[in-house]
Ligand binder design. Structure first.
Ligand SMILES: [Cu+2]
Length: 260
């Protein structure tokens, strides 16, 4: 065979091999195969007076994956990655949860999400994400210090439309899809917890007693599958901090399915 043709053929074969390898790697990197179906709650009256059926989700955000949950005992493949997880109604750590980053909610329903944020934080790349976007009332309910032992607010509850762009722990951002159907775009900044308390708790193998608490409600449209992710660059140790936990499913991103 002509040497050049052989070289070209070898390159093509190698290329296929690399692509197959990447495919296998991406499939194996799916760290959260489950889906949490949101619990039915009461009903929600929107600012325009419309009453919607309501569902609820309770989530925690951690400075590492040692809580277990969908990563498994010991934190799974990347115990040092920051991660979302399913939480209890008062911010309880749910170590036995089987899933924690994929969610299913009904169409045309008010979805109320509470996030207990146990991580410290820094500055956003884009302060667009420091603002509350796409919620039913344009706001979120915020508590800077939630006491997980007393199960009560340790600071005054406030209604917020934004937080300082240099005090962001993570964000919960659901992205719209360009299929001309009804759209969902929701983005809520989650304030950092006290840096020193986060560090001290981590050294003792736990999480701060005082996470921030953020609650928000949005109304779903027609059925569709969306993705959500965090928009705070929290992939420590990578280029622009957008690798690691930021680029691995099941940590700072997941599916958001509107169905039924
Ligand atoms: Cu994040």
């Amino acid at each position: 065979m002509n040497k050049r043709i052989f070289a070209a053929l070898a390159t093509v074969v190698l290329g296929f091999g690399v692509i197959a390898g990447i495919g296998t790697y991406v499939a194996a990197a799916k760290n959260d195969p489950g889906v949490t179906v949101a619990e039915a709650a009461d009903s929600y009256t929107a600012p325009d007076g419309t009453v919607y059926p309501q569902v609820k989700l309770s989530l925690n955000v951690y400075p590492n994956s040692l809580f277990g949950g969908h990563h498994g005992a010991g934190g799974g493949a990347h115990p040092d990655y920051v991660s979302y997880g399913l939480g209890g109604p008062n911010g309880e750590v749910l170590s036995d949860a089987q899933t924690g980053t994929n969610f299913q909610v009904p169409a045309h329903t008010a979805v109320t999400i509470t996030v207990y944020q146990y991580d410290s934080g820094e500055t956003l790349n884009n302060d667009y994400f420091a603002h509350v976007r796409g919620t039913a009332d344009g706001k979120a309910t915020f508590v800077q210090r939630w006491d997980t032992k007393a199960k009560s607010n340790a600071s005054t509850e406030q209604q917020i439309t934004n937080i300082p762009a240099d005090m962001v722990g993570h964000t919960f951002t659901i992205h719209g899809i360009s299929d001309k159907k009804s759209q969902l775009f929701v983005s809520v900044p989650l304030m950092m917890s006290n840096d020193e308390e986060v560090g001290a708790a981590e050294e003792e193998g736990g999480y701060t007693q005082f996470p921030t608490k953020t609650t928000f409600t949005f109304i779903t449209g027609d059925e569709g599958e969306y993705v959500w992710n965090c928009e705070f660059p929290c992939g420590d140790g990578t280029i622009a901090r957008f690798g690691a936990a930021m680029s691995t499913m099941g940590y700072m991103s997941g599916h958001f399915i509107v169905k039924g």
